[in-house]
Design a protein around this ligand. Sequence first.
Ligand code: MTE
Ligand code: LUZ
Ligand code: MOS
Length: 757
Amino acid sequence: MKNIDSRSHVRGESIYVNDIPVREDTLFGVVLGSPVAHGKLKKVDFSEALKMAGVEAVITASDIPGENQIGSIIQDEELFADREVHFVGMPVALVCARSEALARKALAAIRVEIEELRPILTAREAHAEKKFICPSRTFRIGDSDSMWKKCAQVVEGQAEMGGQEHVYLETQGAYAYMLEDGAVKVHSSTQATKYVQVGVARVLGIPMHKIEVDVNRIGGGFGGKEDQATPWGAMAALAAYTLRKPVKLILSRADDFTMTGKRHPYSFDFKLGLDQDLKILCYQVEAFQNAGAAADVSPAVMERTLFHGTGSYHVPNATITCHSCRTHLPPNTAMRGFGAPQAMFAFEAAIMKAAATLNVPPMEIQRKNLLQEGDRFPYDQLAANCNAGTCWDTAYKKFAVEKLKKEVADFNKKNSRFKKGLSLFPLCFGISFTKTSLNQGRSLVHIYTDGSVSITTGVVEMGQGVNTKILQAAAKTLSIAPRRFTIHSTNTTRIANPSPTAASSGADLNGKATIMACEALRARLQGVACRELKAQDPAQIEIRDEIIYLKGKATALTWERLVALTDESRVPLSEHAHYATPVIYFDKTVEKGHPFAYHVYGTAVTAVTVDCLRGTYEIDLVKAVHDFGSSMNLDIDIGQAEGALMQGIGLMTIEELLIDPKGKHIYNNLASYKIPDIYFAPKEVEIVPLDSHPDALALLGSKAVGEPPLMYGIGSYFAILMAMREFNPKMKLQLWAPLTHQKCLLSLYDDYGDLLK
Ligand code: MTE
Ligand code: LUZ
Ligand code: MOS
């Protein structure tokens, strides 16, 4: 089935926050951000700004009737800086004017006095100064300490991975206005209606029932709107509440770039030990997470890093430690993969180092150590229906890796300036929020008397096609045509307390709730049909393609007639259902449990060509065998896989966030921050679904797909590195993603005295 949004998208008719027709008297907000990363806020003088035409108010911390606090996991984040500023771009004030242009003009007239303090910019600096977001945590399996001496080879090293900007097409924003009796409605571009509602309630000091948060869809989130849509929703609501006028606040791309957090940069110290046969005996890693200036979801990201410390491999002895370090950068946040890509990169870096040291291909070490059925993860869960080896072997055969290897070797023999490299990357990603309580979904289904159906769930459509999947699940359960359904906006008055749309589990959680609601409705309809058709047992009734069957035989009773009869019989045509993932649990006191409903597996093959004169590279191909379970919509799922792959390649190659020594992002637009475009895309991309069994905890057996394929991008890093080592075997092994063209060029000529002569 086609994505139900494709028609309105293509016609430009899809509605985002900025497309909502503005009400009379609407004001437009622009945020004043701190110009320095760390300092004492001495004075904010906006008297001149207030005198300007069309400017109605400048709102600061002192205007907040409730609490100046929006922290979710830890209450450590102010909506507006009060006494101190903690990052460049930290909101200090909101200017409200009759147009955005006027507000921006007024912004320039505000004088801010700040006594600058020294900023901490890297995780390692923060670690040295013991600036932490939360206590550090360690996952352990076996006893790595006593195993090192039993290893034939031990390698140690450091790996670095940079952050990443989300680059959702729709920037952050909200539109808020008063309803009656002190209630506020907020249209927000958020992945988490509840978080915005909670934030607004806290800032305004009013109960949650007075706040309605609505999301029609968002123009991408990628995790960036899981926790970080809240400040803009809260500011718009605060302004609407205090000024009693509708207020719209849409960030410019530059402001969004500067003020919002990104994927967490990480730094790692790793140590890997292997036996004679290249079997991994032990692994130890210490991860330093750059959390930025406030907790945001960093403790949860850190947790996912710990869970993915050993990647797709079986490691009998492992010690995985993570520190969440407080720095003076915008609070880093959720982004597709959520701490897992960093952990996996560190492990692959360790394998690369071992391979380089032992002079064996990394693939040999990788294949020998893949997870097998029943292997224990460091957090105690066992690998079940483990497809790690199957994906690898299928990819190896299907994509003729032996032949590719030979082609690459031949090419490298014949060419001195251009070199090719090849890598395989195995994926294993756990599905479920690592915080067990978040694993619940809800659905509200109304059947109207004409037989049409309305569905509201807790999930937010952000381009991932989840509404199409919800519709498919409902249409299948009720056995009626897709055209009968409308999926309505995500709204806190229809679905209360939803989990954020995140952790790739939006479709599983809310789709399963939708099936439950539809099953309950179907049972009621069957009861009415049973009476109408004078059958003995509702079990003899079946609804199939909008026709009612009795004992397998079609009757004259249609869907529409049955629905009308049901209403006439005073049997309710509405159902609200709740789904909570069974089986999962986790005990933080011992760091053991069964946190994931299931794992998603896959293997990607990547080939690249490096231009060793320029340091540029092209990605020749990425081919992956991916475990979709039994996909309920391959068009959407392949689209997700390809999109995630591109985002992952960007992360590992050209997307570089540069920060100046004072803590300011040097880039604030897409002319300087480079993301993959169509020219940079691999010349060939092929995603082949693995023939795997349908997992019972996945929606209709169709496994979660939103995040896992992003990690295939890690393969591009190592393919490029392999090509570079062909050119300069003496090159220092630098494990520092992203491997930009510039870094590539500098590394190629590292220790290359002869060539430069
Ligand atoms: N796809 C598009 N087009 N836009 C997005 O913002 N977000 C990704 C992924 N795919 C995203 C996307 C992220 S980070 C997640 S967690 C999942 O979609 C969330 O949706 P799901 O739970 O329905 O898979
Ligand atoms: N968000 C979250 C996530 O709150 N918990 C998670 O485990 C998670 N995982 C991936 C992406 N977002
Ligand atoms: Mo995705 S990072 O879970 O929003």
